[in-house]
Design a protein around this ligand. Structure first.
Ligand SMILES: [Zn+2]
Length: 318
């Protein structure tokens, strides 16, 4: 918590750093998130993405996924005084009452899963509460935004079934990295709030990973949320991104759809450097301060800082 506000982040790749030999239970200057920085930043809810390279052969991808799961478990175990897993809102509340950061398991890119609904059930069983449908590669669920013709291909039939199953079970559907067609297919098929965990506003920075106004409105209509990505290349063209660029994207979404549909999606440890003033997760409170300084009400800032993401987590995951 910071200033009495819950702080939450919809996306980071930090567990991958652990697999590369970094010890996130200790302060590590090479990592944008470790347990010390999470606590210093006052973060109450952190989504941790498990990502495997699409170039690994399928069997190795599942092995790597298991290693990432094991790393997350040992991190939670070793840091049990500071962090605890959250599979539901009740878990979050219990963790908050003990001043612990809730760790939510995410999978980024379904290419590490065997095609079929059984994989979605398995994910739910092991505690995964959000799936980013694809990464920069297309997979059995559908087509990535990195594909040449982003309007041509969307969800596959298996993808449609998987999205429905995620809704039934209580797994958040994440459309960051999805092609435009896949985005709109999800908007049609998904009957729960869905999110873009780490994307920015295309009106401010024209990049295939960012969302245009219609997409942001569709997420708002579904009562979902957009996690503003801190990746400098998504925030602005050219060098020199700073915290003010993150503020600009937040304010753009606030002006477009009101204050219930924007949150943080840092992408820490998936980006090489953060914007100036937001170098790592310990700097989250600076966004709160800056928004308040700029005249946003405490109620609005409270929502952006954490309550919006928490609302979706509660509504979808129970
Ligand atoms: Zn990503």
């Amino acid at each position: 918590m910071y200033n009495g506000m819950i702080l939450a982040d919809a996306h980071c790749d930090s567990v991958l750093r652990a697999l590369d030999g970094h010890d996130l239970t200790r302060k590590d200057p090479d990592c944008q998130i470790d347990l010390a920085k999470l606590r210093a930043g006052g973060v109450d809810l952190q989504f941790f993405a498990l990502w495997t390279s699409p170039s690994t052969v399928p069997r190795r991808a599942s092995e790597r996924l298991c290693s990432l799961l094991a790393e997350t478990s040992s991190l939670v175990l070793a840091g049990s005084g500071m962090v605890a897993p959250a599979r539901s809102h009740a878990d979050f509340e219990a963790n908050l009452s003990e001043s612990k950061t809730s760790v939510v398991l995410a999978i980024e890119g379904a290419h590490c899963l065997a095609p079929g609904e059984a994989s979605i059930d398995l994910c739910h069983d092991i505690g995964v509460r959000i799936i980013t449908l694809c990464w920069n590669n297309s997979n059995w669920l559908g087509t990535s935004a990195a594909q040449a013709d982003t309007f041509a291909h969307g969800l596959t039939p298996l993808g449609r079934a998987a999205v429905r199953r995620m809704s039934e079970l209580g797994i958040i559907v994440d459309v960051s990295h999805a092609s435009e067609r896949m985005f709109w297919d999800v908007a049609e098929v998904c009957d729960k709030p869905f999110i873009a965990s780490h994307s920015c506003a295309r009106a401010l920075r024209d990049h295939p990973r960012n969302l245009d106004d219609e997409q942001i409105r569709a997420i708002a209509y579904a009562n979902g949320v957009v996690g503003v990505n801190f990746c400098p290349a998504f925030l602005r063209s050219g060098p020199g991104a700073s915290i003010d660029d993150v503020i600009a994207h937040i304010e753009y979404i606030l002006a477009l759809v009101g204050d219930n549909h924007v949150c943080f999606g840092s992408d820490f440890d998936g980006i090489r450097v953060g914007p100036e003033g937001l170098e790592n997760v310990s700097k989250f409170p600076a966004i709160v301060d800056r928004l308040l300084e700029r005249g946003h009400t405490e109620a609005t800032v409270r929502k952006v800082a954490g309550e919006n993401l928490l609302r979706v987590f509660r509504e979808v995951c129970g």
